[in-house]
Design a protein around this ligand. Sequence first.
Ligand code: KDG
Ligand code: MG
Length: 410
Amino acid sequence: MKIESAETVVTSPGRNFVTLRITTTDGVTGLGDATLNGRELAVETYLREHVVPLLIGRDAGRIEDTWQYLYRGAYWRRGPVTMAAIAAVDTALWDIKAKVAGMPLYQLLGGASRAGALAYGHASGRDVPELLDSVRAHLDAGYRAIRVQTGVPGLGSVYGVAASPAAAGGKRYDYEPAQRTALPVEETWDTRAYLRHVPGVFEAVRAEFGPELPLLHDGHHRMTPIQAGRLGRDLEPYDLFWLEDATPGEDQAALRLIRQHTTTPLAIGEVFNSAHDYTTLLQERLIDYVRSAVTHTGGITAMRKLLDMAGHYGAKSGIHGPTDISPVGMAAALHLDLAIHNFGIQEYMRHSAETLEVFHTSYTFQDGLLHPSDAPGLGVVLDDEAATRFPYEPAYLPVNRLTDGTVHDW
Ligand code: KDG
Ligand code: MG
């Protein structure tokens, strides 16, 4: 069975998505997610100009060989654009292989290790009362683990915090989609104000919801190592499931310093794109959870290897699953979540109704657990007619500046 054609589909049902569809000579199709938030067209061009011509006529069943061919053959390795493109090809080929086998993909990955994947949702509020309402709405929606983010007194809008009560109520997620503007929106940041505020927020959430609910928090790379060590220590009484992206991810040694100061579990890696980004972190046991996305890390093949490596060092999965991972990328994550041994948790921000008009999914969310379904392959169908109704629109993630105007990490 050979690859007959491959095409990219760019669509924007609420936010931009890039999808690769591969069709075999037998007429079997497979989908892969290649969405890179704010840089979508770079991956689409890379795929269309440099990858699709290499795929035509290849044996669709040779997934490992195709992965190595695209990775080693290009000479230029790693990087988010390249690895998202390889991920899309790899995921589409796994989708095809599982459809041909007549099985859900997780069966080809070794079968289910659990009944479902524990999911966490994003509660947020501009202030504590709004946040508590948002946590309640997420519990009502069935979540059993919750990420907690709030506005910071004295600052305006803060990335990761819903801009409206409707969003805070868990009904809509209008804060992490990139803004549909020609230039990125700029936000103002003050780490000292944040560090003063956050422990009180967790105190309030624990007082309201008790000690058992798993709570998570995302630092969005904004702290220095010593600030992160202090925050981790200050949050210890509230028993976090994890503190995510405390410092800029590329500085692996920073995690050593944080570890010396706190026992709060640490998660990192949503901006990583290779297992090599984790070698120090895993070998020295500096992190507890691996946050990579299937979409940005070379697909099912590379994620399986990365997560197996993490398991050898006692680290668990926490696969990235915001709404800029398309339903195709989410389904791929869920098949891995079900199959691997060292599953930790799965991020799950529900996609908008428009997104689900374009991507028909079969995965389920019940009693706090996600399941990829037993549909053959990934279990996602792309509706071309619906996709054409939502053309691409430029959109960017915000840029963060300190109060004096200095560009800052986020
Ligand atoms: O594209 C960026 C988003 O995916 C990211 O900001 C979301 O931090 C995020 C998370 O943990 O989901
Ligand atoms: Mg994050």
